[in-house]
Write a protein that binds this ligand. Structure first.
Ligand code: ASC
Length: 150
């Protein structure tokens, strides 16, 4: 391999190996990013909630589309809780960083329940969606109670 190519390959490899937190230029960028991801996730989750609670008619295709967005968004926020992002415009509690294993386990549990919500929506059965929606909501609440300021 010629030298310039080697350098390009080395830089490309390095950029993939960088920790997720380094992908934000400033802590406030990471805080904004994770809040934005949670905001979009909550908007689409609550559209399913409206069906689960009978405020809008059940529509399995719409529930599926919303659940898939929730699933996509649910993967995003957790790279943005890096070191130094505990201060600023955030309700994140220090416990996220001191009790990381439990925080990560809560995130994983939420993602797992969201995957079940996608399956429930695809089943086109309102009772399945109600059950799965409630289970996801419990995982949201669990982390809010433990890791977020009032
Ligand atoms: C929502 C939403 C949350 C969760 C949580 C469940 O719709 O925006 O953060 O449900 O309130 O307890």
């Amino acid at each position: 391999m010629k030298r310039p190519l080697l350098v390009v390959a080395a830089i490309a490899g390095l950029s993939f190996a960088l920790p997720a937190a380094a992908q934000f230029q400033k802590p406030e960028d990471a805080i904004k990013y994770r809040k934005a991801a949670f905001t979009v996730m909550a908007a689409h989750f609550s559209r399913i909630g409206a069906m689960a609670q009978g405020r809008v008619p059940f529509d399995g295709a719409a529930a599926t589309a919303n659940a898939e967005i929730v699933a996509t968004m649910s993967a995003l926020p957790f790279t943005a809780f890096g070191d130094g992002t505990d201060k600023g415009d955030t309700r994140a509690l220090p416990k996220i960083w001191s009790d990381r294993a439990n925080f990560d386990a809560g995130a994983k549990k939420m993602q797992d329940e969201v995957a079940k919500l996608v399956a429930a929506a695809k089943s086109n059965n309102l009772d399945n969606v109600k059950t799965a929606f409630g289970a996801v909501g419990q995982t949201c609440k669990g982390c809010h109670d433990n890791f977020r300021k009032e």
